[in-house]
Design a protein. Structure first.
Length: 588
């Protein structure tokens, strides 16, 4: 079956094991690590604040005052004086595309590039860090060409950048040993360097290869780009691992200790290899696509199957497109295009225009959610436009009423970007649906949101309305972003976006639709306690509590007490995962 490519190899059955059965707290073991002299926010209502934390193996064994915890040390204990630093449970990111992040960190990232100098510099730097002969692909230049990064859209923040149509003369000499097939953010332009043209055998005789004076310029059309892509060899495991290490390092320096990943099938082997070599420095919840629920069931894979490092958690479906491409589905047309956006084929093969209740093929999303829920899985469905959100709520409600109660049912709407208003928030709460949102989107998308949907933007990223209605907020990043934007994995900048609703430059003053701001502790909880619950790990993650896994983030300032506008500048001093220090901020 073609769909079987989405299921991880069953050899993973030999990898995953049951979680530790006996809490370390009950064994009086040796104390390996003590952090003391800090301001510890535990996320635990039974004991919200402490000064010190003791760790044995991968578990927390004591939380309390310095006087309580320091006597647990012996000559083998590593003791770290926090000197007043703030300690939080390790951050949990609800939405990443890990392999793509690694590709952009190690490979070529052109999202902020819209001129010749920027393109040349980025390609040269990428060629220097890639293995010789490795291809660089994508890049997606020009994402911020129309609206400058940091623009509010209300401030006349257009870049005014002239249309950028590069040719290979800009990059050939800085990438002689690195074949490159690059494209802009909306794939209306493709650029191949000399090494790529040679590797693919592309000549002026090809349809779609632009030539001047009998010589390819490097500009090719979509069809010719497809032929060049067919010449790209399969990425080696060596390169995949190098990309993964770069991505893990980025997570660690931002205090992220667990992440939910939209996982392509070949990525499972990468996680397994990293775990076996001791290099997996963050826990991963793998999220396959929704239409594989029956194959997973038949293979014996259940919700939460795995161990504390690698688990299957939730299934991702799609209802509509994205705001960046004006394809999110609304009741009323976009002001800029005159259309209402698109439905997404539930099997994730493209966009459709069906107006029926179950999307295309007719009834497909309804059928998938029913099947997944019956098998004990939790659908987490991408919905961005107001109509798309209402329609997936219809399906969730019907499934719950038909299938009856389920103790571990934790449905979520991914992104949940533009609701119709407070009535949608109330309905979401009544159904117990999680709002799985990425707050940094707020301060990036505002640059063009009102231009496209006008007054409907009032209900974009409606954190406060959702929270006040009783909806559980779950936060993450969507790292590394879309074809139209770069999203940081930094949770402190995500918190900043939710709390201030200002760009990183501080505009608009007072925030964009400031009535939707939330407080810093609510945002912190959405990155820790709430996400542990979403991942059905609330008994071992998301809090600093004896018996819980020792995943901690040490920050240089207290994010709950400083001016909210300084949240974006708070940095991570140390990250601990399973009792192991995986990051220490370099001395400057």
């Amino acid at each position: 079956m073609a769909r079987s490519r989405w299921i991880a190899p069953l050899s993973l059955l030999t990898l995953v094991t049951a979680a530790l059965a006996t809490p370390i707290a009950a064994q009086t073991p040796r104390t390996d690590l003590i952090l003391h002299g800090g301001r510890v926010w535990t996320g635990d209502p039974a004991r919200p604040w402490a000064e010190a934390v003791a760790v044995s193996g991968d578990r927390i064994v004591a939380v309390g005052s310095d006087a309580d915890v320091l006597p647990l040390a012996d000559e083998r204990t590593r003791s770290v004086d926090l000197d007043g630093a703030f300690v939080s449970p390790g951050f949990i990111d609800n939405h990443t595309h890990f392999n793509r992040a690694g590709e952009l960190l190690l490979g070529v990232n052109l999202l902020e590039v819209s001129d010749a100098a920027g393109l040349r510099r980025a390609v040269r730097e990428t060629a220097e860090r890639l293995p010789v002969g490795a291809w660089m692909t994508g890049g997606m230049w020009g994402a911020y060409a129309q609206w400058a990064q940091g623009s509010t859209g209300r401030d006349g923040g257009s870049n005014g950048a002239a249309a950028f149509r590069p040719d290979r003369s800009l990059i050939d000499d800085v990438s002689p040993d690195s074949p490159a097939l690059l494209w802009n953010w909306d794939r209306s332009q493709y650029l191949a360097n000399a090494a790529a043209l040679t590797a693919a055998g592309a000549t002026c005789a090809w349809v779609g290869v632009e030539c001047e004076n009998g010589r390819p310029t490097g500009r090719v059309d979509e069809e010719a780009a497809g032929r060049i892509r067919s010449a790209i060899p399969e990425k080696t495991m060596t390169q995949k691992l190098a990309e993964a290490r770069a991505a893990l390092a980025d997570l660690s320096r931002h205090g992220v200790t667990t992440f939910f990943d939209i996982t392509p099938p070949d990525q499972v082997a990468v996680y397994q290899a990293l775990r076996e070599s001791g290099e997996l420095t963050a826990r991963v919840n793998m999220r396959m696509v929704l239409d594989t629920w029956d194959e997973m069931r038949d293979a014996g894979i259940t919700e939460g199957f795995g161990d504390d490092w690698i688990r299957y958690q939730g299934l991702k479906g799609f209802v509509d497109g994205i705001m960046g491409g004006s394809s999110a589905r609304f009741y009323e047309p976009y002001l800029t295009t005159g259309v209402r956006g698109s439905w997404r084929d539930a099997r994730n093969t493209g966009y459709v225009t069906d107006d029926g209740s179950g999307f295309m093929p007719e009834g497909n999303m309804r059928s998938l959610v029913f099947g997944a829920d019956s098998a004990g899985f939790n659908p987490r469905v991408h919905a961005i436009g107001d109509e798309a959100i209402d329609r997936i709520l219809d399906i969730f409600e019907e499934v719950q009423e038909t299938n009856g109660p389920r103790d571990d049912r934790r449905f979520a709407i991914i992104h949940n970007q533009v609701i119709s208003g407070p009535e949608t928030a109330r309905r979401t709460a009544e159904l117990g649906i999680v709002a799985e949102m990425q707050p940094y989107h707020t301060i990036d998308d505002m640059r063009w949101m009102e231009e496209r949907i006008g007054g409907r933007a009032r209900w974009a990223y409606a954190f406060r309305t959702l929270q006040d209605a009783g909806v559980l907020l779950s936060f993450g990043s969507d790292w590394p972003g879309t074809n139209a934007a770069w999203y940081t994995v930094n949770p402190l900048q995500g918190m900043y976006a939710a709390v201030t609703r200002e760009t990183l430059e501080g505009t608009p003053a007072g925030g964009w639709f400031p009535e939707e701001k939330i407080d810093a502790e609510s945002a912190l909880r959405a990155y820790t306690v709430n996400n542990a619950w979403v991942g059905m790990a609330e008994d071992r993650l998301g809090k600093i509590r004896p018996g819980f896994l020792a995943d901690l983030a040490v920050l240089d300032e207290n994010p709950l007490e400083i001016d909210p506008r300084r949240l974006k500048d708070v940095s991570v001093k140390m990250t601990v995962v399973g009792g192991r220090i995986v990051y220490i901020r370099p001395r400057t």
